[in-house]
Design a protein. Structure first.
Length: 209
């Protein structure tokens, strides 16, 4: 192998190693964050979980917050890919995907939301997640969306409330219902909102008659 080719190979291998190390640290941070409060996690624990040194974590992310942001990006990509499997108009399928997501990360999600004031820059990621959830609602339930902007906003907010992680937490954790029953109730909530939306134009038509 010529020297130029060796240099190119070495640089490419080194770059691949950097990417792999970054992802390993980010995934280790994600595993820790799914099980514990963010403020209780230390850089040392992240390094140990990733199998690297404390300084290596700092070299790649500069701080615990940087590692947590990278972990959040992985989580967003994974949940986004799962939600993309939902078919517009399929209420049962959409709710089933959400409940499956909440079963895996719902406890951590609720915990992060409760402690958002202490999360610094990470709090903005929660706002982005809420905005993303509403965009997903608009796509999945587009056929039921009212045309009037104000009614449209109320409709999306109502569907957000019925499918939010806090609703899952109330049913699954606080009321201690099983997964199937939790899913069934959330479907009923969504269907009730959809039926209410479809009933409004019919009532208006009868009044005009």
């Amino acid at each position: 192998m010529k020297s130029a080719e060796r240099r190119t190979y070495t640089m490419s291998a080194r770059a691949d190693g950097v990417v792999a190390t970054r992802e390993r640290i980010a995934r280790a941070t994600l595993r820790l964050a799914l099980g514990r409060a963010y403020e209780d996690i230390t850089l040392t624990e992240i390094a140990q979980a990733a199998g690297v040194s404390h300084q290596t974590v700092l070299n790649h992310f500069e701080s615990k917050e940087g590692a947590a942001i990278a972990a959040a990006e992985i989580l967003r990509a994974e949940t986004g890919a799962a939600r993309d499997q939902a078919t517009p108009g399929d209420v049962e399928g959409a709710v089933a995907i959400l409940v499956g997501e909440y079963e895996r990360i719902g406890d951590a999600n609720a915990r992060w939301a409760i402690s958002s004031e202490r999360l610094g820059k990470l709090a903005s990621l929660l706002d982005e997640a809420r905005a993303g959830h509403q965009e997903w609602i608009r796509r999945i339930f587009a056929r039921w969306l009212p045309a009037a902007p104000a009614a449209r906003r109320r409709f999306v907010h109502a569907l957000h409330a019925s499918t939010d992680v806090y609703t899952w937490k109330l049913l699954r954790r606080d009321l201690r219902l099983g997964r199937a029953e939790t899913e069934r109730i959330m479907i009923d909530l969504v269907r009730g909102i959809l039926q209410g939306s479809s009933a409004r134009p019919r009532r208006a038509a009868r009044r005009d008659a």
